[in-house]
Write a protein that binds this ligand. Structure first.
Ligand SMILES: Cc1ncc(COP(=O)(O)O)c(C=O)c1O
Length: 458
């Protein structure tokens, strides 16, 4: 029987990140200044980010070298294993061959440290002393806390209120790695105070937490802002996942892959796995690339492509992306990391170019797939990653219905050890499915009606 775990030695860790901008068919449209509506340049971003990261954000170079100091830390858990899901295949009764890249082996339990570490490194190198950031599920906040502890930076995390309440152990992890954490909206910023005055019981959202962290960074000279998804440099750092998977599939004897699947919140784990395969697709390979999102926050399946703010308080630049509107507050579903109104401009553009397609699922069917996975492969997946598993179940079924055998690869972006209350709700039939009413989408979209439109929609 073919191996279950396909492992790479440390010596084969990727030494550079892959930048899809070098190969993408459409050049990315520029971010716009929130005040003037004009394209912004590197200097406009300098108060928030160190110059090395800004240059990566706009780079057109195909390969960007990973600094030794970053490799030294990534080596603690990379290369991550690729698994052949023999037991899931049997549980599904499929003829397809299913592989998953397991990012839950990082200290924080997800893919997020892959970018937290370089972000902390470049900030420390630029002489910044402190990082302000937001967190949805708590995965990013804990990853940034971990990375800051390695590079001697202070870290303050604005944690979306519902996750703060649902996930006390994530908060404790953040504190264990030496960062401070407050529930968002918080009384510590203007953005948080305004929101609390209007909605004292607000469950919070990533959009609100981003406003708080950006305001914190903009009002403290020694502080940078760090974002765990969406931006080009974040997706760039995550491409170690897909590059490793590429080599591991070859080691497993596969000549190629037919379907690549990831869940999408802001787009970073999906991009990290998929972009190196999209490079093959651009070069002519026949690969289906599927982005899986929650039906309650259907950014790619139902949101238009538009310029929009990355945050609720309209502090960030305007970026061209699929969006549900910056004041959209998704229902408090348990996949906290997928509750974001927008998605990476890179992923949005690649979707417009026909290089990937989205699917949306309801949370009960997602958890049913997660439990099938846990009972066959053993690992309890993060609820976010479980959306990718549901995508795999569907892709395997399609292949079986068509009578073909496909090679299916997906990203198991994290484990769900701190999400057991969500499993409890599912197992005891307390989990509700939220299908978003069209009126709510229309209401949220009114907030972006007056914003500039990117070229593709004109
Ligand atoms: C385990 C896990 N997977 C996926 C996501 C979604 O984020 P992204 O789309 O940036 O990968 C998150 C976000 O917190 C997460 O924690």
């Amino acid at each position: 029987m073919p191996d279950t775990k396909i492992l790479l030695p440390e010596s084969e860790m990727p030494r550079s990140w892959y930048n899809v901008m070098a190969d993408a068919p459409s050049p990315p449209q520029p971010p716009l200044h929130p005040g003037t509506g004009q394209p912004i340049g590197p200097d406009d971003l300098a108060p928030l980010f160190p110059m090395d990261l800004i240059l990566q954000e706009v780079s057109g170079e195909g390969e960007i070298a990973i600094p030794e100091e970053v490799l030294d830390v990534l080596r603690l858990w990379r290369p991550t294993p690729l698994y052949r899901a023999h037991r899931l295949e049997r549980a599904l009764g499929t003829r397809s061959r299913i592989y998953y890249k397991y990012e839950g082996v990082s200290p924080a339990g997800s893919h997020k440290p892959n970018t937290a570490v370089p972000q902390a490194y470049y900030n420390a190198k630029a002489g910044r002393r402190r990082i302000a950031t937001e967190t949805g599920a708590g995965q990013w906040g804990s990853s940034m806390a971990l990375a800051c502890s390695f590079f001697g930076l202070e870290c303050k995390v604005y944690m979306v209120r519902v996750s703060y309440d649902q996930k006390p152990y994530r908060r404790m992890m953040i504190e264990t790695w030496g960062a401070s954490v407050v529930p968002s909206p918080s009384p510590d910023t203007n953005a948080g105070r305004t929101m609390l005055e209007q909605h004292p019981d607000s469950p919070g959202s990533l959009g609100i937490a981003i406003s708080e962290a950006v305001e914190d960074a903009a009002t403290h000279d020694d502080t940078s802002y760090a974002l765990g998804s969406v931006l080009n440099h974040v997706l760039l750092h995550q491409t170690v996942i897909g590059q490793e998977a590429h080599r591991q599939l070859a080691l497993a004897g596969e000549k190629g892959v037919d379907v690549v699947i990831g869940c999408v919140g802001g787009g970073s784990n999906f991009g990290g796995l998929a972009l190196p395969f999209i490079r093959d697709k651009i070069a002519g390979a026949d690969i289906e690339v599927i982005a899986c999102e929650p039906a309650s926050c259907p950014t790619l399946t139902r949101g238009p492509f538009s310029y929009d703010f990355g945050d609720t308080a309209q502090l960030t630049p305007l970026v061209p992306m699929h969006t549900l509107g910056h004041d959209f507050v998704p229902p408090g579903i348990h996949a906290g990391g997928l509750r974001y109104h927008g998605v990476a401009p890179l992923i949005s553009q690649l979707m417009l170019d026909g290089l990937l397609r989205p699917e949306a699922y309801r949370q009960n069917e997602v958890f049913a797939s997660a439990v099938t996975f846990a009972r066959s492969e053993g690992i309890v997946p993060a609820p976010e990653s479980a959306h990718a598993i549901k995508g795999v179940v569907e892709a395997a079924k399609r292949a079986d219905d068509e009578g073909v055998e496909r090679v299916i690869l997906f990203n198991l972006s994290g484990h769900g050890h701190f999400d057991m209350s969500a499993y409890d709700a599912f197992l005891h039939e307390r989990l509700e499915d939220h299908e978003l009413p069209e009126e709510e989408i229309e209401r949220a979209l009114r907030a972006i009606e007056s914003l500039p439109k990117p070229a593709a929609t004109v």
